[in-house]
Design a protein around this ligand. Structure first.
Ligand SMILES: Cc1cc2nc3c(=O)[nH]c(=O)nc-3n(C[C@H](O)[C@H](O)[C@H](O)COP(=O)(O)OP(=O)(O)OC[C@H]3O[C@@H](n4cnc5c(N)ncnc54)[C@H](O)[C@@H]3O)c2cc1C
Length: 493
């Protein structure tokens, strides 16, 4: 293999591009939008910088590796700073819980909720460490191409009782309901319902404790820009404003891609970082095997969508930490509404991002940047006219932030806009407007997820949230390692 082309410059596409280019493969990344990043896009509005998506940077080592492959240091391009507390969790009754990496502080936070749960938490951390070692360190970058690879993982899945949910597992260790929420909500960050996501995803707790929670100065957009710079420095070609219309095939081989304007880029291997259903249904519309795969994918469960309100306001808020979770009055019931019933409930659970407390340069002097995010059902479950829902939900979310944290929020707003499920579909080609692709449940994990190499077209590869191991920056960057491993193994079989 000498030339490769990648459709899409999300974290997965960029990480794969860096790996291929570092190995001497002439790689072109073709991105439909005017900037790389995908879900990690960034906007500048009225002097404020808004990150569209990921803000919690975990497992920084997997990112640093992308520079070290060519003897460079990520720090030359990107400044990561630790975030403390990792998150402040807050409930409507005024209870709050600072989740930190400092054992003494963490223990005292647990004691505030339920002293008897300190010992249970220690046992949960042991469990989380064991699944992290097995599921992330050992198997996270392993391509699960056949059932035998899954069979090899089976004893560990049994040992860790992977059929249980994260919430059920946490509940075996701690009794306090708020602590159960605090230790199980993390699956939401990768699209999983804590009530149904496999207990294996409890590894996220250890992942955060092991590697910390970081923020890229200048915003996640600067991390993306740094990755794009590293890719181009290695000689890679990044084509922006270039939409792939077709992945070309001849017999059972991919031969390159054709762009919207008609340009063709020939390649020995093609990888797609675009949405799975978009890739198989639309980009490979000429391939019968791809259409069958699209049928299979459309029958799977997709993770919910999100509704985000971005707002820039007057004033500084040193008392509001960088990451907050504002739980609502219901946990299980709200999750069931989002994942199962397709209901947009009156009550909300929010993630609040406040980057200017770490990097004041993301807003004009004396101002602050925020986004508030609510998980909402995807378009398959809640096929609403989102242009009608948008102003209602926008107001409801701002009112809730106002009630809980910033009383005169509406008077302080300088700029605001929102991002809805239909935006995910239109901007990113996301199937059903899903924010995280396939839902992370046991029956859609590892071999049962989309494979990093297509089963029928052996020089067609996939990378990103829909593949193993799954969504989230550490997941998609790990998927790039798995995919690059397959592409570089002398492959193009
Ligand atoms: C609001 C939000 C908050 C999140 N927060 C966090 C967080 O704090 N921490 C964390 O680790 N993860 C977080 N995540 C998850 C994480 O952002 C995603 O899992 C990850 O960024 C997905 O990367 P990806 O490589 O799969 O591709 P994507 O980001 O989906 O990128 C795919 C790219 O392909 C392009 N594309 C699609 N079709 C075509 C085509 N035909 N031609 C050319 N290009 C095409 C798209 O334009 C896009 O740029 C968050 C996600 C969201 C939505």
């Amino acid at each position: 293999m000498q030339r490769a082309v990648i459709t899409g410059a999300g974290f997965g596409g960029l990480a794969l591009g860096i790996r291929l280019q570092s190995a001497g493969i002439a790689t072109t990344i073709v991105e439909a939008r005017d900037k790389p990043g995908g879900r990690a896009y960034a906007w500048q509005r009225d002097g404020f910088t808004f990150d569209a998506g990921p803000t919690v940077i975990t497992a920084p080592e997997v990112l640093r590796e992308l520079w070290r492959l060519s003897g460079r240091e990520m720090a030359d391009d990107v400044t990561l700073v630790p975030v403390d507390p990792f998150y402040r969790l807050s409930w409507p009754d005024g209870t709050s819980f600072d989740y930190t990496n400092d054992d003494t502080r963490l223990r005292s936070e647990i004691a505030k909720l339920e002293p008897a749960d300190i010992a249970g938490y220690a046992r949960f951390l042991q469990y989380s460490t064991a699944v992290y070692d097995e599921g992330y360190v050992r198997l996270g970058t392993e391509p699960f191409l056949d059932w035998r690879s899954m069979a090899k993982a089976a004893p560990a899945l049994v040992q860790h009782q992977a059929w249980r949910s994260v919430y059920a597992t946490v509940s075996r260790f701690v009794k306090n309901e708020k602590l159960r929420q605090a230790l199980s909500f993390h699956t939401l960050l990768v699209g999983g319902n804590p009530m149904t996501a496999s207990a294996v995803y409890a590894l996220i707790h250890k992942l955060e404790r092991e590697g910390g929670v970081w923020f890229a100065m200048g915003g996640t957009g600067q991390l993306v820009a740094g990755m794009a710079r590293q890719f181009e420095r290695l000689g890679g070609t990044l084509r922006l404003n270039a939409r792939v219309e077709t992945i070309e095939t001849l017999g059972d081989r991919a031969t390159g891609v054709t762009l919207a304007g008609g340009d063709t880029i020939p390649a020995d291997a093609v990888a797609s970082n675009a949405d799975l259903v978009h890739t198989y249904r639309h980009l490979l519309r000429g391939s019968r095997s791809a259409q069958r795969q699209a049928d299979r994918l459309e029958r799977k469960r997709f993770s919910p969508s999100l509704f985000l309100v971005h707002f820039g306001i007057k004033g500084s808020w040193p008392g509001i930490p960088h990451h907050m979770i504002l739980f609502g009055p219901r946990y299980q019931g709200l999750l069931a509404d989002i994942y199962d019933h397709g209901l947009l409930s009156e009550d909300l659970a929010l993630y609040l991002h406040h980057p200017t407390v770490t990097d004041p340069d993301l807003a004009p002097p004396g101002h602050s940047t925020f986004y508030a995010l609510a998980p909402v059902p995807h378009l398959g479950k809640f096929p609403a006219d989102w242009e009608q829902v948008r102003p209602i939900l926008e107001k409801r979310i701002l009112d809730e932030v106002g009630r809980r944290l910033i009383p005169d929020i509406h008077e302080r707003i300088v700029t605001k806009f929102s991002y809805a499920p239909n935006d995910f579909r239109e901007d990113l080609g996301a199937h059903l407007g899903s924010a995280f692709s396939l839902e992370p449940i046991l029956t859609q994990s590892a071999w049962l997820r989309a494979h990093n190499r297509d089963d029928s077209i052996p020089n067609l590869y996939l990378v990103g949230a829909g593949t193993h191991p799954g969504a989230g920056i550490p997941g998609v960057v790990a998927s790039a390692k798995a995919t690059a491993g397959l592409m570089l193994e002398g492959n193009v079989k």
